[in-house]
Design a protein. Structure first.
Length: 217
């Protein structure tokens, strides 16, 4: 698992439980903040996530200078501990589980965290993932928007023609999802910003739906 935001790479041999809180044969490589040489590596037989912090069993810590050469540890007493807490490691078990889970099954929270932890994603992947996140946030609004279309259609069909009301509602429905698909294509090809592309169809048709609803008063 690469945490580009914190300049850390985790190599884990196996996850010992379904929650990802207990890891076996762990190696963590920490690079310098400027993206230059390696700062240190930590290897351990086991790492456990307890009360929001990572505890390493029998950790072996190797430090490096600014040129990437091995140096003696500046904190020998700390590095000699057989059970050591690395509170500065803010990765969570969900980060490791999400690494092996298809993107479409991740929650909005997991997706946003993934984007924060991977600032070095290529432009195409970041566009796709950013659009997916905001489209998922906007998805519940579709229920409200369709309801706002259906209520005025039902009212007008009672006064005028049932066919006219049904066709009007269906027309708005297909127009909404048609525009959503168009904006998705534009965003994922880099022809339109991802976040506005996800928000625009919902915002536009929400305004139109509210307007149609208020006209029935």
């Amino acid at each position: 698992f690469r945490n580009g935001r914190e300049n850390r790479i985790w190599n884990v041999d196996s996850i010992l439980d379904a929650d990802g809180e207990h890891l076996k044969d762990v190696r963590v490589t920490v690079d310098r903040p400027d993206g230059g040489a390696r700062l240190m590596t930590i290897t351990a037989e086991r790492a456990d996530y307890l009360d929001g912090e990572w505890w390493f069993t029998e950790p072996k810590v190797q430090h490096y200078d600014a040129f990437g050469q091995e140096v003696a540890t500046p904190t020998p007493e700390l590095d000699a501990l057989t059970l050591r807490c690395f509170a500065e490691f803010r990765e969570t078990p969900d980060d490791f589980l999400m690494q092996n889970r298809p993107w479409k099954f991740n929650s909005v929270r997991d997706r946003l965290r993934y984007l924060r932890n991977h600032p070095n994603l290529n432009a195409e992947t970041r566009r796709d993932y950013t659009y997916d996140v905001w489209a998922q946030i906007m998805a519940p609004l579709a229920c409200i928007i369709i309801t706002l279309f259906a209520i005025p259609a039902g009212i007008s069909s009672g006064r005028q023609s049932v066919f006219r009301g049904i066709m009007g509602a269906l027309g708005m429905y297909f127009a909404f999802y048609g525009l959503t698909i168009v904006m998705m294509v534009l965003a994922k090809n880099g022809w339109f910003p991802a976040i506005p592309a996800a928000i625009f169809p919902a915002a536009l048709f929400l305004v139109l739906g509210v307007r149609a609803f208020l006209k029935q008063r």
